[in-house]
Ligand binder design. Structure first.
Ligand SMILES: [Zn+2]
Length: 277
């Protein structure tokens, strides 16, 4: 606030008082040191996947760490992990989850309830999820463990895209959807120095590696060639169709890390933004 100047004195003879200096802005502290990524689970996806949705997302801001007074490095690392996990963890609503499970039952999806998922993993997992083994007569091999919303999206995609597109492009029936990943607790380095959690860490993602059919050989997911044959058109159709049900679709068109599978997840983004690649 500027100082009070008595009325009548603030005329041309009086030098205009300079505005007070702006108060110091709160010092922006550097992000907490980056802890090592959580130990890789198994061999599985040995390649570090720089999922673009993770790199693109706003960088983790460890607000809690800023309030701490000189915590030790281990505590800081723990804070950074917890903050990074909180940033990506989907919201959980038990009532919605129960409705979702009823929808799976109504759709004759073969599944069991898993509660919770990954209880031994401090930053990962989900409060409640499902293990889906078959949809509309199409088996999932191996069965996938994921949040119900993911299972329901997968069921809709299978019924409304995979089955009719196989008939349309290949005159065939899908029998098996080969999966190559669902729940996996893993933290990865995202953009700059921040740790990013994959949606797989929250049972909010699945990877599709192949589709097997009643008559023709199994189709592995692979990068498109110049041929644009029926199989490639089918793969393009089921990838694009996935965008109607999942908020993230990545595949061979995305990068080399996704050359052999389709990654589907239900990441929540501001404004309902979807990533369809
Ligand atoms: Zn994936």
């Amino acid at each position: 606030m500027r100082q009070e100047v008595p009325l009548g004195q603030a005329d041309a003879d009086t030098p205009t008082p300079l505005p007070p200096e702006r108060p110091d802005l709160p010092e922006v502290q550097p992000a907490a040191p980056v802890p090592p990524p959580a130990p890789a689970r198994e061999a599985g996806e040995g390649v570090v996947e720089p999922d673009p949705e993770e790199v693109d997302e706003e960088e983790a801001q460890d607000e809690e760490a800023q309030e701490e007074e000189a915590p030790d490095a281990e505590a800081l690392a723990e804070h950074a992990l917890a903050a990074a996990a909180a940033l990506r963890r989907p919201s959980y609503d038990e009532a919605k989850t129960r409705i979702c499970e009823q929808e799976l039952r109504d759709a004759a999806v073969e599944f069991s309830v898993v509660e919770p998922i990954g209880e031994d993993d401090p930053h990962c997992g989900a409060e409640r999820g499902v293990r889906v083994s078959a949809i509309a007569g199409v088996r999932l091999e191996p069965a996938v463990t994921a949040r119900c919303e993911v299972g329901l999206a997968l069921a809709q995609w299978t019924r409304e895209v995979v089955v009719p597109m196989a008939l349309l492009y290949l005159d065939d029936e899908p029998t098996v959807i080969g999966t190559s990943g669902s729940y996996e607790c893993r933290a990865r380095r995202g953009g700059s120095n921040n740790v990013a959690f994959s949606q797989h860490a929250f049972a909010n993602a699945i990877d599709i590696a192949s589709i097997a059919f009643a008559k023709r050989p199994s189709m592995p997911v692979m990068p498109p060639s110049e041929k644009s044959d029926d199989t490639e058109l089918f793969q393009a159709a089921i990838r694009g169709g996935g965008c109607a049900y999942f908020t993230t679709v990545l595949g061979p068109m995305t990068n080399a890390a996704h050359a052999d599978h389709l990654h589907f997840d239900m990441a929540e983004r501001r404004g309902g933004f979807r990533l369809c690649e």
